[in-house]
Write a protein that binds this ligand. Structure first.
Ligand SMILES: [Zn+2]
Length: 364
């Protein structure tokens, strides 16, 4: 699958969508995003439900009108966010058979499969994600089995609600859970595929306790997903992990990494061969980052990357970026975010430039 047609535009695959969890990709605006070559954003249904509220967004004409972003929007259902918040503090809520209850700042939010779909359709999302029960790969088998049974039950309700309420060509994706258990992944995939979802996400935490990509289960799950469809590696975002998952067949990615790293003054650059020839070999270590506060940048008049065509590299030196970061000016975060997002879109353009069967590492 080379392209994905959505109500707000066509997206070349594989694609990386940055996270704009609360309706904004932090520190940049929509014009910055478009100039970086970003084709879509992933926002979060649950967070938007708590602030400013699904009814408010609907009254303002949906997420596109509200945020000014004219291109595709994916809304994550909130299953993952609730999982991570409850994992940190179990008193914040509970997962019941038909819904998730979440308590924060004295406010109770109920997330049911039906409500999850209703709100995402009210937002006008291009891709609506089904509500799932998310687990960690280290969770015990009984929890993984319960998560799969719940994800299948909720998936059915999501598919029915979506079919009844949808008005345009938005797509509904299912999320395959099952932790590291192949049998559970297969059970979940088979059940969701029979419900007619348009695409599938790899659910759960994609990294092990040492922070390494769980390659075997990711590859196995990619094979379970229909060929010629969207295979979404949710939350996969380190450049080397995107390349590894793209080799497995995944073609949609999202992560906070490029924008978060930018706010922590880490600017990604491809290795020297790319700087000299624009060729990159995506095998092995193909990139590094400049920590812009390092003293070596104090009098460096070069851009972050000599071949990057982003607004930051075209207009500003490493020395000026270092100065902005050292005085804590917010422009520093914006310029760093712009550069890192362009690094990611260049990486995706390289991956898009050849069919997967022709990938042997080198990209001109
Ligand atoms: Zn740049």
């Amino acid at each position: 699958m080379n392209e994905l047609n959505l109500p707000h535009g066509t997206v070349k695959l594989p694609a990386f969508f940055p996270d704009g969890t609360r309706g904004v990709v932090r520190c940049v605006d929509t014009a910055d995003l478009e100039a970086c070559g970003v084709k879509g954003i992933v926002m979060n249904a649950y967070h938007l439900m708590t602030k400013p509220g699904a009814a408010t967004i609907k009254a303002l004409g949906g997420l596109h009108a509200f945020t000014g972003w004219k291109n595709p929007i994916v809304t994550d259902s909130g299953g993952f966010q609730v999982f991570s918040l409850l994992r940190e503090n179990s008193s914040m809520g509970e997962i019941r058979p038909n819904e998730i209850i979440f308590r924060k700042d004295g406010k109770k939010t109920v997330l049911s499969p039906e409500k999850c779909i209703q709100s995402q359709l009210a937002y006008g999302s291009d891709i609506v994600m089904s509500l799932d029960y998310c687990t960690h790969p280290d969770d015990p088998p009984a929890r993984q089995a319960e998560a799969v049974a719940t994800t299948i039950r909720w998936g059915k309700k999501c598919a029915e609600t979506f079919k009844t309420l949808k008005k345009n060509d938005s797509l509904l994706f299912g999320i395959i859970q099952g932790g590291n258990e192949k049998l559970l992944r297969k059970e979940c995939a088979d059940a969701l595929i029979s419900m007619g979802f348009s695409g599938f996400g790899f659910g759960g935490w994609p990294l092990d306790s040492q922070g390494r990509l769980t390659e075997e289960i990711l590859a196995y799950t990619a094979e379970l997903m229909p060929e010629n469809g969207v295979k979404y590696a949710m939350g996969v975002g380190r450049p080397e992990n995107i390349v590894a998952c793209a080799h497995m067949g995944y073609n949609l990615f999202d992560c906070v990494i490029p924008t978060r790293e930018a706010r922590h003054n880490r600017l990604y650059v491809f290795n020297d061969e790319f700087e000299n020839t624009r060729n990159i070999d995506l095998r092995g270590n193909f990139y590094r980052y400049h920590y812009i506060l390092d003293d070596e940048h104090r009098r460096d008049s070069r851009p972050v990357s000599c071949v990057c065509d982003c607004h930051t590299c075209k207009n500003y030196s490493r020395a000026y970026l270092r100065h902005l970061a050292s005085i804590g000016d917010s422009l520093s975060s914006r310029l760093a975010t712009i550069h890192n997002l362009r690094f990611y879109t260049i990486l995706m353009e390289k991956l898009q430039s050849k069919p997967r069967s022709a990938w042997h590492g080198e990209f001109a």
